[in-house]
Every structure is written in structure tokens, then in C-alpha cells.
Ligand binder design. Structure first.
Ligand code: GLY
Length: 258
């Protein structure tokens, strides 16, 4: 099934070595290796029947390669978010120009302060969106997001987070009813109706896979997750994201897919 035609990415900047990190995966990113991994990521996406818009690096924002956070793109509208991390908030202005190439002004919505929301907290399942209530996304952000979705014929529900940075750090939908879950999300009542694939604790990082037109891109180095995704019947590609993992970033954070 072809669902996505476009992908937007932003090249990592040199300042990424100063990006926000929880320290869960220690060490500073190696910038040259991060660039190579980004090249590989773009090549993998190009194998998935999408065109890829590559935005230039922006040295003002160390985390700006994680382009999923300042916007959420749905089939009916684009929503420019209001990132809750102060050092990332300005990224919302920079993504707007890229989004304008695909949406007219009346279909570009915005989350406004005091609401905050980051796209990493948003998981799309058809016309329904699960949104994580997190350190980055607050109740008011979710209230505005819900109002916008309803205006455009879509729905939304809130999922409180306990431990992880973003919702999609620990749970990702792969279409066809299949959902990868790790840690705190394994027992969440609202996800029990899906075919849950439980990710072992030692491979928890790889819960963050992306489905792109029936191919699933899996982070390199997680054999149990790769095997589980293959068993679901998907074509798989792997990309090493070790340098982004040091900043708590993963495959989904690095692109907008629509
Ligand atoms: N380093 C990614 C983030 O914290 O937003």
C-alpha cells in the first residue's frame, strides 16, 4: 500500500554535538559519522517510493535534524507545533517554509502558547492520533491539537507518559493493525486492540521503527526487532542511527512522512 508520497528531512548541523540528551546513551555524536548515517537514511527512504526534500543544516538549532518535532503533517492539514524544549522552539519558524510547498495557508494550522506540543509525541493510526502528555507536550497543546484535528475530520486521544522522552520513543504503529511496543506502553489499555509486538528491554531503542509504503526501516543492530518485523511480512531496510541515539533521537524523529 502506498500511503506516503513525500518526506522532509533536515541535514544535521555541526552544533548537533551540543544537542539535548538524557545521557541514556552516553557520548557526544561524531558529526562526520552522523552525516554518513543521514546519507544512508535518505538513500533508504528513496527506496520507498517517496520524494525526499532535503533542508539545509541550521546551526542555530542543535536538534534541528529531528524535523518530526516542529510539525505534524496529516492527510488533510499541516500543523506547525510549539516545541516545549526552549532551545528547539524556533525550529517551528524554519519548518513552515518547507511545509508551504505542500499546503496552502488555510490548511496550515498552529499550536500556540501556552500550549506546547512536539511531533515525536504524535502517533498516527489512520484518522486517529495518539498524543503523549510529556515533558514537551502539555494539556493545552493537546487540547488545541484535538480541536484542529476535529475541524479537519480527524480524532485524537491523550496518552500520559511516565518515563520516556516522546510517545514514539516507545511505541510505533506499522499499519495493518501492527504496533511495536516497549516498556511502559506494553500494558496501556488503549493499545490492547492492536496486534502488539513486544520489544525486549535490551532492544527498547528499536521500538522506534518507521513504516514507509510497506517497507519498515529498522535501526541497525537490533536483531530481535528486525526478525519480529520480518515475521510480520514487511520488506525491511536497516539504517545505523548510533549518533542520533546519543541525543535520544531515532528513525521517526529524522523525517516528516506524508
Ligand atoms: N535531542 C532531541 C530532543 O531532545 O529533542
Amino acid at each position: 500500500m502506498k500511503k506516503f508520497s513525500h518526506v522532509i528531512v533536515r541535514r544535521p548541523c555541526r552544533a548537533m554535538v551540543e544537542g539535548i540528551t538524557s545521557g541514556e546513551y552516553p557520548g557526544k555524536p561524531d558529526y562526520d559519522l552522523a552525516l554518513k548515517q543521514h546519507d544512508d537514511y535518505i538513500e533508504a527512504l528513496k527506496k520507498c517510493q517517496v520524494d525526499v526534500t532535503i533542508l539545509p543544516a541550521d546551526e542555530r538549532y542543535p536538534d534541528s535534524c529531528f524535523v518530526e518535532d516542529p510539525a505534524v503533517i496529516t492527510k488533510n492539514c499541516a500543523i506547525i507545533t510549539n516545541p516545549g524544549a526552549p532551545s528547539r522552539n524556533g525550529e517551528k519558524e524554519e519548518i513552515t517554509g518547507a511545509v508551504r510547498k505542500f499546503f496552502s495557508d488555510e490548511d496550515i494550522e498552529r499550536i500556540e502558547a501556552p500550549g506546547t506540543l512536539e511531533g515525536g509525541d504524535v502517533m498516527m493510526v489512520g484518522d486517529h492520533f495518539y498524543v503523549g502528555l510529556s515533558a514537551r507536550t502539555n494539556e493545552e497543546g493537546i487540547r488545541q491539537f484535538k480541536e484542529i484535528l476535529e475541524k479537519h475530520g480527524m480524532t485524537c486521544s491523550q496518552v500520559p507518559l511516565e518515563k520516556v522522552l516522546h510517545l514514539k520513543t516507545g511505541v510505533n504503529y506499522l499499519e495493518d493493525g501492527n504496533m511495536l511496543v516497549s516498556g511502559e506502553f506494553v500494558t496501556k489499555e488503549e493499545f490492547q486492540k492492536y496486534n502488539l509486538v513486544e520489544i525486549p528491554e535490551e532492544e527498547a531503542y528499536a521500538a522506534n521503527c518507521i513504516w514507509v509504503n510497506d517497507t519498515v526501516i529498522v535501526p541497525e543492530g537490533y536483531p530481535a526487532v528486525l526478525e519480529a518485523v520480518k515475521k510480520l511480512g514487511y520488506r525491511t531496510l536497516t539504517v545505523d542511527t548510533s549518533e542520533y541515539r546519543k541525543l535520544d533521537g531515532g528513525l521517526s524523529c529524522l523525517s516528516l512522512r506524508f
